[in-house]
Design a binder for this molecule. Structure first.
Ligand SMILES: [Zn+2]
Ligand SMILES: [Zn+2]
Length: 123
């Protein structure tokens, strides 16, 4: 599926064309680039270069997220493969980091789900 990414280093990804929303990013308010990768790597090389850099997981505001943090959803999210929708503003407690800086694991509505950090705000 086509998505739009920021090449400024903030890791911003959007489902819609737009501009970078990360204030601390050098490309803030610059147009996002279209990408249609399927692996979430956006065509970026994932080799040794970044290997020893610690992974930093950030919410939609660029605030660092850690295991056990509480976040709120900043948009309505529909659970893939179901009709369950979690409303914007829903609080999620006890998130767990994954190996992917753009995703966190959590429990919501009794099920274990994966949330994209771009839709989260730390509380
Ligand atoms: Zn950016
Ligand atoms: Zn991509």
């Amino acid at each position: 599926m086509t998505h739009y990414i920021c090449k400024g280093g903030c890791g911003g990804v959007s489902d819609e064309a737009g501009v970078c929303q990360t204030e601390s990013c050098p490309n803030h308010y610059e147009l996002l680039e279209e990408c249609d990768c399927a692996d979430g790597k956006h065509g970026m090389k994932n080799d040794a270069a970044g290997e020893d850099a610690p992974m930093v997981v950030k919410d939609s505001n660029g605030t660092e997220l850690k295991d056990g943090d509480s976040v709120v959803l900043i948009k309505d999210l529909t659970l893939r493969g179901s009709s369950t929708t979690f409303k914007r503003g829903t609080k999620v407690t006890g998130i767990r980091l994954t190996g992917n800086a753009e995703e966190v694991d959590c429990k919501l509505g009794g099920s274990a789900i994966v949330l994209r950090t771009e839709f989260l705000k730390k509380v």
